[in-house]
Design a binder for this molecule. Sequence first.
Ligand SMILES: NC(=O)c1ccc[n+]([C@@H]2O[C@H](COP(=O)([O-])OP(=O)(O)OC[C@H]3O[C@@H](n4cnc5c(N)ncnc54)[C@H](O)[C@@H]3O)[C@@H](O)[C@H]2O)c1
Length: 308
Amino acid sequence: MKVTVVGAGAVGASCAEYIAIKNFASEVVLVDIKEGFAEGKAMDLMQTASLNGFDTKITGVTGDYSKTAGSDICVITSGIPRKPGMTREELIGINAGIVKSVSSSLIEQSPNTIIIVVSNPMDTMTYLVHKTTGLPKNRIIGMGGALDSARFKYRLAEALGAPISDVDGMVIGGHSDKGMVPLTRLATRNSVPVTEFISEERLNEVKEATKVGGATLTGLLGTSAWYAPGAAVSGLVQAIACDQKKIFPCSTLLDGEYGLSDLCIGVPVVLGRNGIESIVDITLNDAEKEHMQASAEGVRATNGLLEL
Ligand SMILES: NC(=O)c1ccc[n+]([C@@H]2O[C@H](COP(=O)([O-])OP(=O)(O)OC[C@H]3O[C@@H](n4cnc5c(N)ncnc54)[C@H](O)[C@@H]3O)[C@@H](O)[C@H]2O)c1
């Protein structure tokens, strides 16, 4: 199993590290545009192999896509992250050009690959990869909901005073502060609806804290977060590589599901060796449907800024 990660920055390197530590891939190739950067990150990570006990071979290259040839999975993290006070949508000008050229270079070398898009604004970048590569829709996956759901579970556990392993919950919709739809109605603590334990008011606080989860960290760190994003990407890569058939909310091209078409937005999907094996079209209540529609309008507005 060969995995390429483009962008050896904070998220790319963290993602490569988690993939290696989980020890399911034979090879990870890090690619960056900054001379020597990916090579340096790869060497540093390889020097953790004997300490962390993994056999995955990590190499780094500066812009040489021939080294990525035959990748089973490619992850795109290249691009600029947001600074405090910025929205993800404001990154489109620079990141669209980067994502377009990177995705073309990747499929030239690995025509059968599955692409995971991380660069922001992620839903729009996922749509752009569709328009650029023309790959079948099961092979283009946007990572956002897996991270947002992990942040939701963190906030739920905090509110419940429960261990995170006891908590389940999912965030669908666009990967933006306004677009996220945390499904509080379906969140559980060990199969018991969380509303049995906390008030509607507290649950709303959880919802709002989840939606600004990324912005809160950007304010604290001065740049966007990397541990949880890297771990979330590694979870998607593992589900595909190991054919786990796990459900994650991912951004995918919709064709009528959730009453939406011709846009990529976060919905639950089953991930396995073919990438997106199926879309899980769950029944939403009226408020959730309304929120999902508004979220889709936000994504469409950002898509409208693309020069296609
Ligand atoms: N989808 C999500 O949930 C999520 C979460 C966190 C971050 N992000 C996004 O991921 C992206 C990366 O964030 P980061 O914190 O790792 O940023 P970073 O600045 O640490 O790393 C980005 C790397 O991309 C490289 N790069 C730029 N142009 C390139 C090109 N053409 N080819 C190859 N490499 C190139 C840069 O040299 C840099 O090393 C940002 O757009 C950020 O907003 C998304």
